[in-house]
Design a protein around this ligand. Structure first.
Ligand code: SF4
Length: 354
């Protein structure tokens, strides 16, 4: 398409306006969280859309891997629904994650969805197990779509260490696919997607972290990141203090509730990445109605848990069983995860409110 000076000028004005709107919304969301507002003017500055909740692996501590259906079955988001969500929210957000409970490559339209988000100026992220055959054309289509960041979930350094958690997966296939992504980037002359090897640390693979870090560098990946995995059985706990970032409450508020909107493939609006079952959804997406959804009774009640630390926990509310809430309120954890070493017995926010 011909882009004369007039058209280029309009593009640049539009791009500046877009950045200003996002920056203003971001600071408004931060301010509303800091002030403890429960009803928000701001829109989420981060988005997560689970583009498919199908998966090929059977990871034991993932409900998808355990075969749970969550009352919504398995499927992939339609391009129309995806675009409707972005029409309403992309003008305010700066980042979109296209994964949550499933393997994003199961959505056949993945490159189209990424491209759609990229042209709207969103930073795009996927996390994949990469443990399935991918043709060179499929790899190039994803690289060419403008994907910003690919996180590969690989929790071992050979088939034996890998398949303890990634049940049904093939370590060789993952390595083959990672090499294909590095090659495609080189051949297309692009620096994105930034590729991270994400290693979940459990007791069985804790001793192999440094080997994995070296292998990641040999493959030419951009980053290696080891973090503690979620588990139900304490014998899986690593000895070291890895970053259990699911439980991070450092900011004294659960930032999901002010800054991040999470959608399932069927348009269900979840509280956060932890919401799995349909009956735990806070709402269902309706075009043009997002502000109403973001300020509905469930979201307001969830925010109040954090903004009024001595208030009674709302009966039957999804967030009440959340370990972040338990840590924040100084209560025993719901799960069998080890309490983080820096968790306070009586959290400062609760003590201050007394
Ligand atoms: S369940 Fe926990 S992490 Fe999710 S929104 Fe509620 S408080 Fe935040």
């Amino acid at each position: 398409m011909y882009k004369g000076p007039g058209l280029r000028y309009l593009y640049s004005v539009n791009s500046v306006l877009r950045r200003l709107r996002r920056a203003f919304n971001h600071y408004l969301a931060e301010t509303e969280m800091a002030l403890g507002r429960n009803r928000l003017w701001s829109y989420p500055s981060e988005l997560c859309i689970d583009v498919s909740n199908k998966c090929n692996l059977r990871c034991p501590y993932c409900p998808t891997g355990r075969g749970e259906q969550g009352g919504r079955g398995r499927g992939s988001i339609s391009v129309d629904l995806f675009r409707n969500i972005l029409d309403d929210l992309a003008p305010y957000a700066y980042q979109l994650e296209l994964f949550n409970w499933g393997e994003p490559f199961f959505n056949r339209e993945l490159p189209t969805l990424i491209r759609d988000a990229s042209v709207r100026g969103l930073r795009t992220v996927i996390s994949s197990n990469l443990s399935f055959p991918l043709s060179d054309d499929q790899v190039r289509a994803v690289v060419d779509s403008g994907l910003s960041h690919l996180a590969a979930a690989v929790d071992g350094v050979d088939q034996q260490s890998y398949e303890v958690y990634r049940r049904g997966g093939s370590f060789d296939l993952v390595m083959q696919n990672l090499r294909a992504f590095v090659r495609a980037k080189r051949e297309l002359g692009v620096s994105n997607p930034y590729i991270t090897w994400q290693y979940l640390v459990f007791a069985h693979n804790e001793g192999r972290v440094e080997e994995a870090r070296r292998l990641s560098a040999e493959l030419g990946l951009d980053n290696f990141f080891a973090m503690g995995g979620l588990y139900d059985d304490p014998s899986w706990a690593p000895k070291g203090e890895y970053n259990f970032n699911y439980l991070k409450v450092g900011e004294k508020r659960c930032s999901f509730l002010w800054k991040k909107a999470v959608f399932h493939f069927d348009g269900g609006l979840a509280s956060c990445c932890m919401g799995f079952n349909k009956h735990d959804d806070f709402d269902d997406f309706r075009p043009g109605q997002f502000r109403r959804m973001w300020n509905n009774e469930k979201f307001v009640a969830a925010r109040r848990i954090w903004t009024a630390p001595l208030s009674p926990l709302p009966d039957g509310h999804f967030c009440v069983s959340c370990d972040k809430v338990k840590l924040f309120r100084g209560l025993p954890l719901t799960s069998k995860m080890r309490r983080p070493a820096d968790a306070e017995d009586v959290p400062r926010a609760v003590a201050a409110a007394r």
